[in-house]
Design a protein around this ligand. Structure first.
Ligand SMILES: [Zn+2]
Length: 198
C-alpha cells in the first residue's frame, strides 16, 4: 500500500521508524493525523515540538526532566540509601509502576529499541554512578533483564563498582530473554523484593 505523493510517503516512512509501529500502522496514523483529524494532527505536532525543545536529562540520575533535577531526585520521600541502575527511562517508569521507592540511575542514552551499548556509554554511566556513591548510598540494585545484553551490563557493573557497597540484582522471577518493558508490575515487584546479592 503506497500513496504516490512524496511528502505523504515521507511522513509514513517517519512513522515506520517509531518503535512498535509497523507498515500498516504508520499509514493509518499518517492518514488519521492529516486527513481524518488534521486538528488533532496539528495539536500533536505542536505538543511534540514543545516537549522535544524543553525536555532534558536529570543532572543527577539521567532520567528525563523539565528542570535540572527530575521529580524523583527532587522528592524528599524517596529512600536515598538505595539506587537502582536501569537501562532506559522506559524501564524506570516500569519500576515505578512496580512500587519501587528508592533512587535511580539511567545508564543508556539510547532508545529502548537499541540492541547494543558501547563501552563509551557504559564507562560514562559507571563514572557518574560511582560519583553518586559518596552520598550515603548503601545498596546498588542492578535492574537489567535476563538477556545477553542485560547479563553483559550486570557483569560490567558488578566487576567495576567499588567494594563496600552492596550490589544486588532483580531475582529470576523475570523470564530469560524477557525485556523489562514487557513485564507486568506484580512480577517486577516480586523480583525486586527477592533481589539477590551479586
Ligand atoms: Zn533524577
Amino acid at each position: 500500500m503506497k500513496v504516490p505523493y512524496r511528502d505523504f510517503d515521507k511522513l509514513v516512512s517517519y512513522f515506520r521508524k517509531v518503535p512498535g509501529i509497523g507498515e500498516r500502522g504508520a499509514l493509518r496514523i499518517a492518514l488519521f493525523l492529516t486527513t481524518t483529524d488534521p486538528k488533532r494532527g496539528r495539536s500533536i505536532a505542536k505538543a511534540l515540538l514543545n516537549v522535544i525543545d524543553n525536555v532534558q536529562r536529570c543532572s543527577e540520575c539521567n532520567n528525563l526532566s523539565f528542570s535540572e533535577r527530575c521529580w524523583i531526585c527532587e522528592d524528599p520521600q524517596r529512600d536515598r540509601s538505595v539506587v537502582m541502575v536501569v537501562e532506559t527511562v522506559f524501564d524506570l517508569l516500569v519500576m515505578e509502576d512496580a512500587g519501587y521507592k528508592g533512587l535511580y540511575h539511567v545508564v543508556a542514552e539510547v532508545l529502548p529499541s537499541s540492541k547494543r551499548i558501547g563501552d563509551r556509554v557504559k564507562t560514562k554511566a559507571l563514572d557518574s554512578l560511582i560519583k553518586r556513591l559518596n552520598g550515603g548510598i548503601k545498596e546498588v540494585i542492578l535492574a537489567f533483564p535476563y538477556t545477553v545484553r542485560g547479563e553483559a551490563l550486570t557483569r560490567f557493573f558488578r566487576e567495576n563498582l567499588p567494594s563496600g557497597v552492596l550490589v544486588t540484582r532483580l531475582a529470576r522471577g523475570i523470564p530469560v530473554g524477557g525485556e523489562m518493558e514487557f513485564l507486568d508490575p506484580v512480577t517486577l515487584g516480586l523480583a525486586l523484593q527477592r533481589r539477590e546479592r551479586v
